[in-house]
Design a protein around this ligand. Structure first.
Ligand code: GAR
Length: 214
């Protein structure tokens, strides 16, 4: 399955997908990586692995509508069946999300619907949560609000700060994002009637729960 990955930064989730493509565990071809920010490591990771690395700098556009329209044209030039947002830090227009509905995934570092938006790790600490985690969800017009495919939970430890908690969460990101992409590529994971469906069964609202203790 042809995939386009959108990044804004380091691209460690992109790397997990590249690794899966290269070791044969993921039945995908990453056709291109697109960044809205210049000079990011995610673009280097693409180039280092022979993948088209495209920059579409949002600062060169007058409006969100113009940027999203150009981004759509660029993505569609690669004939992708799946769009993967991997640390892509942009609010998307409804025209954009509508165009890719049911075939665009995002990873968000919280147990959605908790902590949509930014600074999720600090917010979990401030709320004295005993657990935190990460969600992979289908993208809809609602920010961080589409149907959840998979979640992984991690404990919040007494001496955690936002960095240590982020590291624990990221280790799980690199497990659940390739898994969600694999399930989608195998047509086991779909979105129907605004619900996430796995193997023809509607998933619970918080998605398939990964057991991180094993
Ligand atoms: C990841 O932690 C991802 O969950 C988060 O950005 C990071 C990107 O890391 N995404 C969001 O916050 C989206 N709202 P990466 O560039 O190393 O994959």
């Amino acid at each position: 399955m042809k995939v386009v990955v959108l990044v804004s930064g380091g691209g460690s989730n992109l790397q997990a997908l590249i690794d899966g493509q290269q070791d044969g565990s993921l039945p995908i071809e990453i056709a291109a990586v697109i960044s809205n920010r210049p000079g990011v490591k995610g673009l280097d990771r693409a180039r280092d692995n022979g993948i088209s690395a495209e920059l579409l700098d949002h600062k060169n556009f007058d409006s969100r509508d113009d940027f999203d329209a150009s981004l759509m044209n660029l993505i569609d030039s690669f004939d992708a069946e799946l769009i993967v947002l991997a640390g892509f830090m942009r609010i998307l227009t409804p025209q954009f999300t509508g165009h890719y509905v049911g075939r665009m995934l995002n990873i968000h570092p919280s147990l959605l619907p908790k902590y949509q938006g930014l600074h999720t790790h600090q917010r979990a600490l401030d709320a004295a949560d005993s657990e935190h985690g990460v969600s992979v969800h289908f993208v809809t017009a609602e920010l961080d609000g589409g149907p959840i495919a998979i979640q992984a939970r991690v404990p919040v430890l007494l001496d955690d700060d936002a960095n240590s908690l982020a590291k624990r969460v990221q280790a799980q990101e690199h497990v659940i994002y390739p898994l969600a992409v694999k399930w989608f590529a195998l047509q086991r994971l779909t979105m129907k009637d605004n619900l996430a469906v796995l193997d023809n069964k509607v998933l619970p609202n918080n998605g398939y729960q990964i057991d991180t203790s094993v």
